[in-house]
Design a protein around this ligand. Structure first.
Ligand code: PLP
Length: 427
């Protein structure tokens, strides 16, 4: 019987090192691997046998991380990458080329927005942004050249749950796979359970959890019928000149439903080289071992902080799924289990000046451009992460002048609240 997620987080993909018996996953800090003989080398390169060739493409430490996260997500194969940004970029480039398009939720991380709206557009791939609160917007934006749908599970600043199964169902009807960025909700949500085809993470955040490494992962659910939609996916169904005419859908057949992951590894990762370092994979494995406990505590603390802030007279509005009503809350309850996430937004009555003063007054919470650390973090988006946006775009994206984003950590909740209280008192 497959183990449960908490158990897989400690055990999947590794029992003990085959050479030394080491229980901790060793850091295979090597560039390359001695081939047994010329035939062995040839069959590895021809993909007739799977094995280690070169660390830009695969590494045994990264392999354990990939297997572990794939098991925890209920997927078929994973690919560790240098950053969450690399994972988002690979997710699209693996199935879309110049002249193609994909439909993307408007509610996404700013870095992903720029990657899609500027860099991919410059490469000839068109992103079509839609409001995700109405899933039908995805259908309306789809045509013959649409290669994917893309959404973020619990996007800040609005923290409104993405309608995964609704959009995935439209995609399956039209032959379009849904790619989910689940960075903010590991453990709480498994997008494959709701019909997503691909899940990606910035492992930099909750999965790592200790704020010490940048990384990303792309996981193939192995649950999408590329075959039934051959015309839509020429990159998987036509001979690839970059790999002596391999047709990825055929090449992957002996290995399982992993055509998407296989192609991403042996073409994009080979060519672009955005590999995760084995040392970072080791650090992420340490984080993953405790992520289920940490997510519980993040959620518990965030709900207490949200409730506290909702009673504070200097706070105009608190944004956290625990306080949402109507459709947003229904979706949060349908897709999240074990809590509503560790991110909390608040709008201060005093606007921008109050937001900046609050940040300056903090003593325990760190003022950083990150989320998902075990420590509590805060930022004032209007003057930092979102400062390039016009006032109109700021409001459309949910960032009011007094908006402060909190990433609530796993400290004692009384200490978190005490720091917020003293910082608010001086605003
Ligand atoms: N996706 C989300 C939801 C994020 O918050 C981030 C980073 O903030 C990324 C992707 C990009 O990840 P990375 O910083 O690891 O490149």
């Amino acid at each position: 019987m497959a183990h449960r997620t908490e158990t897989q987080a400690l055990h999947a993909g590794h029992r003990a090192d085959p050479t030394t018996g080491s229980v901790a996953v060793p850091i295979y800090q090597t560039t390359s691997y001695q081939f047994n003989d010329a035939e062995h080398a040839a069959s590895l390169f021809a993909l007739s046998e799977l094995g280690n060739i070169y660390t830009r493409i695969m590494n045994p430490t990264n392999d354990v991380l990939e297997q572990r996260l794939t098991a925890m997500e209920g997927g078929a194969a994973g690919l560790a990458l240098a950053s969450g940004q690399a994972a988002s970029m690979f997710a699209i480039l693996n199935i879309a080329a110049s002249g193609d398009n994909f439909v993307c939720s408007q509610h996404i991380y700013g870095g992903t927005w720029n990657l899609f709206d500027v860099t991919l557009r410059d490469l000839g791939i068109e992103v079509r942004f839609v409001d995700p609160t109405d899933p039908e917007n995805f259908r309306a934006a789809t045509d013959d050249k649409t290669r994917a749908y893309y959404g973020e599970t619990l996007p800040n600043p609005k923290l409104e749950m993405f309608p995964i199964s609704e959009v995935a169902a439209i995609g399956r009807e039209l032959g379009v796979p849904l790619i989910m960025d689940n960075t903010a909700a590991p453990i709480l949500c498994r997008p494959f359970d709701h019909g997503a085809a691909i899940t990606m993470y910035s492992t930099t955040k909750y999965l790592g959890g200790h704020g010490n490494s940048i990384g990303g992962v792309l996981i193939d659910g192995g649950n999408f019928d590329w075959e039934a939609n051959r015309e839509r996916f020429p990159l998987l169904t036509r001979p690839d000149p970059g790999y002596h005419g391999a047709v990825w859908l055929e090449a992957a057949k002996p290995l399982g439903p992993i055509a998407y992951a296989l192609k991403a590894r042996v073409t994009l990762l080979r060519d672009v080289g955005a590999a995760m370092s084995p040392f970072n994979a080791f650090l992420f494995l340490q984080g993953v071992e405790t992520v289920s406990l940490r997510m519980q505590k993040h959620c518990e603390n965030a709900s207490v902080v949200a409730e506290y802030l909702s009673q504070h007279d200097k706070v105009e509005k608190v944004i956290h799924p625990s306080l949402q009503k109507g459709e947003a809350r229904r979706r949060a309850d349908a897709y999240l289990s074990g809590g509503y996430g560790g991110l909390v937004g608040m709008e201060l009555a005093g606007g921008k000046a109050a937001g900046q003063a609050f940040i300056n007054n903090l003593e325990l919470l760190y003022h950083v451009a990150n989320i998902g650390d075990a420590r509590s973090l805060a930022i004032h988006p209007a003057s930092t992460t979102h400062s390039q946006l016009s006032e109109e775009d700021l409001l459309a994206s949910g960032v009011t002048p007094g908006y402060v984003r909190l990433s609530i950590g796993i400290e004692h909740v009384d200490d978190i609240i005490a720091d917020i209280e003293q910082a608010l008192a001086k605003v």
